[in-house]
Design a binder for this molecule. Structure first.
Ligand code: DGJ
Length: 377
């Protein structure tokens, strides 16, 4: 009896060790993705930083149950050499104690964290979407934290609504003086949408700063960084220049796709052109992705339609964009990073990573049950 027990124990322990040490060799979108400790990766709405040859994945740490969509722990960080096998580096930005009065106290909402490295200051800068505790999604602020070390700890600096007192670069003079207000029109009527596109909400929020919800950041080849976010009640995307230290906004900004109702912006550059992939706005439910191209980051941005192709494309294969990375070792290929949200049990949210290629000069991606970066690994 004792012998059988010992044998079973040894077998199970051996199996557990194998599972932990298992090398992941392909992307399996929508499946559990185990880190090097054998635990499902907990980094939702994430972004990647490539630093000194290593990839760092930052994302929302979620917990079980409905409260799991608010920040109970902080922002996770994982590291990897091959984008497949990820080591948990712990919590890069910790939430502050409950009732501490901090803007990032436990129970606030911290979404879509993205980290960029500033070569001049040698600091790692984390931007994220912040909602203040107990206020739903009304605060609509962007927030920034900084660290000397890539994995953290990050020090929280501030949150705000950007571009207070600044008009966008692509805004007509006559729109600045319009007097029409929200109460004058039926929401979602064509007239209302036309007025949104002519700055209805920009004028409303001009003094206090523009709303900032789903966001990403991007560093261009010349070292300039940009913050792209859903603004104006999620009706319009705003793209803003960051200061040379990446810690604030310079006040130079544009609108993208006014009244187009875009969320989940993810940007990349290919052959000198800028591409954006976004989603529509349906809460945690998936919808069809959209794509845009521009010759200059300052626009004009031209719509290119749904970049997802094939069966399931109308719901982006049950996912929503969060980031795009150049695929190592694969020319003209990028990796579309998306979230398959599980709002009832957020910790079980899955990751959908798919290869983006180009067809007729447009970015496209298709469902792949399992795929490899064959050329490089
Ligand atoms: C969709 C956004 O993309 C997510 O980041 C999150 O804000 C949910 N909406 C909340 O409903």
């Amino acid at each position: 009896m004792m012998k059988a027990f010992t044998l079973t124990f040894l077998l199970l322990a051996g199996m557990a060790l194998c599972a932990i040490a298992q090398n992941i060799s392909s992307f399996n979108p929508g499946e559990l993705w185990l880190d090097t400790d054998g635990k499902h990766i907990n980094a939702h709405g994430g972004g990647i930083l490539l630093h000194q040859g290593k990839y760092y994945w930052f994302g929302e740490h979620k917990v079980e149950g409905r409260q799991g969509n608010s920040a109970m722990v902080g922002v996770s960080c994982y590291s990897s050499a091959d984008l497949l096998n990820w080591k948990n580096e712990g919590i890069a930005l910790k939430v502050a104690d409950e009732n501490s009065g901090s803007e990032i106290e436990k129970g606030s909402i911290i979404e879509r964290p993205k980290v960029i490295y500033n070569k001049r200051t040698k600091k790692f800068v984390m931007w994220f979407h912040l909602e203040l505790k107990g206020k739903g999604y009304d605060a609509a602020r962007t927030a920034v934290a900084v660290s000397d070390k890539v994995t953290g700890p990050y020090t929280y600096l501030k949150s705000f609504r950007p571009n207070a007192g600044e008009w966008p670069q692509n805004f007509k003079e006559e729109w600045k003086h319009k007097t029409v207000q929200e109460k004058d029109m039926k929401a979602w009527s064509q007239e209302w949408k036309d007025e949104v596109a002519k700055g209805l909400f920009i004028r409303r929020d001009f003094e206090k700063g523009q709303m900032s919800r789903d966001m990403t950041v991007f560093v261009d080849d010349d070292g300039k960084a940009y913050h792209i976010h859903s603004s104006e009640e999620n009706l319009t995307l705003h793209l803003s220049e960051l200061s040379p230290d990446y810690l604030s906004f310079t006040g130079k900004w544009i609108t993208i796709e006014p009244a187009g109702h875009n969320e989940a912006p993810a940007i990349f550059k290919h052959k000198g052109k800028y591409y954006l992939i976004t989603s529509g706005c349906t809460g945690w439910d998936p919808n069809a992705a959209r794509s845009f191209v521009a010759e200059s980051i300052w626009g004009p941005w031209k719509p290119l339609g749904n970049p997802a192709k094939g069966e399931g494309a109308e719901l982006t294969f049950d996912s929503q964009s969060t980031y795009i990375i150049p695929a190592p070792g694969k020319k003209d290929t990028f990796i579309f990073m998306a979230d398959r949200w599980r709002p009832k049990n957020p910790i079980d949210g899955r990751y959908v990573w798919l290869p983006i290629t180009f067809e007729d000069d447009k970015p496209v991606f298709r469902w792949e049950k399992s795929w490899k970066l064959k050329d490089s690994f």
